[in-house]
Design a protein around this ligand. Structure first.
Ligand code: SER
Length: 255
């Protein structure tokens, strides 16, 4: 609620979470907050205006083998603010900084920005914005396409360089600058063998995602997402004979 109110009072329309079963036929489950907004990055007019925020239920099976450690889940809720041709890098980074540092009073360990590759340049604009906000250069790390270039989802869609915020050693917020459209899968983009090329989007957009469970973990000062108030009531119901890792897996899958 704090997140949604923060963005509502700054010109964002609050949009309810869409179903976990998406209308986008290129994915089996809703995997990100941006999924329901995909057409608006590609020029279709958004019924909610240019700037929106949501708390989206997501299922992601890509990390399923890691569920049971301190922070990976298959079901989670993603807090996000989005802009379709409204604001861009400067405003998006400033809003994120304000929410984390001023509103939640958390300390940023470091941030990452895209170092450039696959024909896309180093994101020196984001680097400069973080620097102007007072983040020292040793805390602005450059990183590659694997971690700092998001999307596309499914068989094609909007994608672009990202900047990520780390608090207490974990990534909590991913801020994507959708500057491009890629007419193929992410695998095709990474390998380059399909010959498909990134196309510049007419109107660049912003797509951010912050895991509610990870945020709760750092705000509530606990060392795993399973110790937050989102999980404790479920974990308590699981019989003692299961070891810690099994309890976590059961709790995640039960949700
Ligand atoms: N779509 C990006 C992600 O899922 C940012 O919301 O991380």
């Amino acid at each position: 609620e704090k997140f949604l109110k923060f963005f509502e009072s700054r010109g964002h329309k609050i949009v309810p979470s869409s179903s976990l079963l998406p209308t986008d036929p290129s994915v089996l489950f809703t995997t990100a907050g941006m999924q329901q907004f995909k057409p608006y990055y590609l020029g279709e007019k958004s019924p909610w205006g240019k700037n929106v925020a949501s708390c989206q239920k997501c299922i992601r099976t890509s990390d399923i083998e890691e569920v049971g450690d301190e922070r990976h889940l298959t079901f989670f809720e993603m807090l996000g603010n989005f802009s379709f041709g409204g604001y861009f890098k400067e405003e998006a980074i400033k809003l994120a900084y304000k929410f984390i540092v001023k509103e939640l009073k958390l300390e940023i360990d470091y941030v990452t920005v895209f170092e450039g590759s696959h024909g896309v340049e180093f994101d020196k604009e984001s680097y400069g914005i973080w620097k102007n906000l007072g983040i020292s250069e040793d805390k602005i790390k450059k990183s590659g396409i694997e971690d700092n270039f998001w999307g596309p989802t499914g068989t094609g869609g909007p994608c672009g360089p990202t900047t990520e915020i780390y608090v207490n050693g974990i990534e909590i917020w991913n801020i994507v600058f959708n500057e491009f459209y890629f007419p193929g899968t992410r695998e095709e983009l990474l390998s380059g063998i399909s010959g498909k090329k990134l196309e510049k989007l007419k109107t660049p957009g912003v797509d951010t995602g912050m895991g509610l469970e990870r945020l709760a973990m750092v705000v509530q000062k606990v060392s795993t997402v399973f110790e937050t108030d989102l999980f404790e009531p479920i974990i308590k119901l699981i019989p003692e004979e299961f070891n810690e890792r099994k309890k976590r897996i059961i709790a995640d899958h039960a949700r």
